[in-house]
Design a protein around this ligand. Structure first.
Ligand code: NAG
Ligand code: NAG
Ligand code: NAG
Ligand code: NAG
Ligand code: NAG
Length: 415
């Protein structure tokens, strides 16, 4: 096999593995794209204030219809509440991909495209759809499907940026609106974090958070913007308490912040993405990583800190901008506890054990080693772990998975 080809495959695998949840979110940042153009500063500001920017960034196969400052009309000037503004802006986010080329290839009949207003659940009938029409001469117009006669269509101006079949940002000549989108929206009920956390599953964890003013204030201050909390169930907190009590005050604060993410991860997002999770401990403890890997398999989402693997057991709340999930184990960061991947590293173990079987001379290989070990029963050195830790079979280390993937791909390509 060609070495260069193998290296190329390895590079590809590394690139795939290095993808992170944050990258998935930050890979497409509507505020950053529009931020490069001063003329969209007001549209940008409203996308941010209504938290719609986050939803746009998490979405795929979308088209954003941006409006320049001079064309914002009655959207600026404080006529509307944030809730109403959000609905109007949602009409500007089409749940499909349209770039310059695709618009010009449309047939002359109107195409009805669903928008995020439709998805919000507040749009009656067809009020969440936008008609896209290509007129003679190439002009393309957008109009809210259910629009009253008084509502004028807006026209396509130019393409700002596009990423094939993924996202597209287009400029339109004015604001798309409708009486339905402009309807008053009741402000969301204030969220009581303690109340949500202590209802079910996470009473003990809520107690730990409430006892640390710094942690509580940090979470409470983030919950209205974007926050995901992974709260260990009461049994997991009880099992971890002896270790928790041993930690310094600083480490206690760090480990509690480690359970919160300054971003909103819906269950749907967690189930369809994998990668590194950056936590509130990452952002508040200088020079420390404090991240873990999130992964989803057969509808089960796991968080792997390399010390423990914790599983999401229940959704306590999943309502933008706040998500709370009950997890099976206390998340122990590798910054404070011994990582299990360190144990899996090939240690130069002296072959002193009397029970140790002599390996057959030729067939011994890295791949067959683990099964030889398991025949001898579990090793005794994980006595510090609780029973639940043992029940969760030790997953392949990331490295082993990487090697397996590389080899599999190399074989596939060589064939
Ligand atoms: C979005 O709003 C937040 C405050 O809510 C602010 O800190 C941030 O800088 C804004 N981002 C942009 C790109 O305007
Ligand atoms: C949108 O298109 C549909 C047909 O696709 C049509 O029935 C409807 O009247 C159109 N709405 C507007 C406002 O043009
Ligand atoms: C939040 O809920 C907790 C527990 O239900 C309660 O003790 C507390 O008074 C509530 N706080 C506010 C500000 O309503
Ligand atoms: C938590 O934040 C809310 C605002 O969302 C505030 O009204 C409340 O007083 C805060 N709770 C505490 C205990 O600081
Ligand atoms: C707590 O710390 C002491 C002293 O470092 C150690 O002997 C003990 O095993 C620790 N307990 C737990 C549960 O980690």
């Amino acid at each position: 096999m060609d070495l260069r080809r193998l290296l190329a495959v390895a590079a590809l695998v590394v690139a795939v593995c290095a993808a992170t949840l944050t990258a998935a979110v930050e890979g497409f940042d509507i505020l950053q794209i529009l931020g490069k153009h001063d003329e969209f500063s007001q549209f940008c500001k409203l996308l941010n204030e209504t938290h719609l920017a986050g939803d746009i960034n998490r979405d795929r196969t979308i088209t954003v219809l941006a409006v320049a400052n001079g064309d914002m009309g009655h959207l600026t000037g404080g006529h509307y509440s944030l809730g109403t503004l959000r609905h109007i802006l949602e009409l500007h986010v089409v749940a499909d991909y349209y770039d310059d080329k695709k618009l010009k290839q449309l047939s002359h009949a109107a195409t009805a495209a669903s928008t995020l207003f439709q998805r919000s659940g507040f749009a009656p009938g067809m009020a969440g759809y936008v008609n896209i029409t290509q007129h003679r001469g190439g002009k393309v117009s957008f109009i809210v499907d259910d629009a009253a006669d008084t509502v004028k269509p807006v026209t396509y101006v130019k393409q700002i940026e596009s990423h094939r079949y993924d996202y597209s940002v287009l400029q339109v000549s004015g604001v798309l609106s409708s009486p339905e989108a402009e309807a008053p929206v009741a402000p969301p009920a204030p969220v009581n974090l303690t109340d949500i956390l202590s209802k079910k599953y996470c009473k003990s964890f809520a107690g730990l958070l409430a006892a640390d003013a710094k942690v509580f204030d940090t979470l409470n201050g983030t919950k209205d913007t974007a926050l995901t909390v992974f709260c260990p169930v009461d049994a997991a907190v009880a099992a971890f308490m002896p270790k928790f009590k041993n930690l310094t005050a600083k480490a206690k604060t760090a480990i509690l912040l480690y359970h919160a993410v300054p971003d909103y991860y819906s269950m749907q997002f967690l189930k369809s993405n994998k990668g590194k999770v950056t936590t509130l401990a990452t952002t508040s403890v200088a020079k420390k990583d404090y991240t873990y890997e999130a992964e989803s398999k057969e509808d089960t989402v796991t968080l792997d800190t390399t010390v423990v693997t914790s599983t999401i057991q229940a959704t306590v709340r999943d309502d933008d901008p706040l998500a709370v999930y009950a997890v099976s184990k206390f998340l122990q960061p590798k910054e404070l506890f011994k990582s299990k991947t360190a144990d899996l590293a090939p240690a130069p173990a002296p072959e002193a054990g009397p029970k140790k079987k002599k390996k057959k001379p030729s067939s011994a290989s890295a791949a067959s080693a683990p099964s030889d070990e398991s025949a001898d029963g579990p090793s005794a050195d994980d006595s510090s772990d609780d029973a639940a830790d043992k029940a969760a079979a030790a997953p392949l280390s990331l490295f082993a998975r990487w090697v397996t993937m590389t080899v599999a791909l190399a074989i596939a390509l060589a064939a």
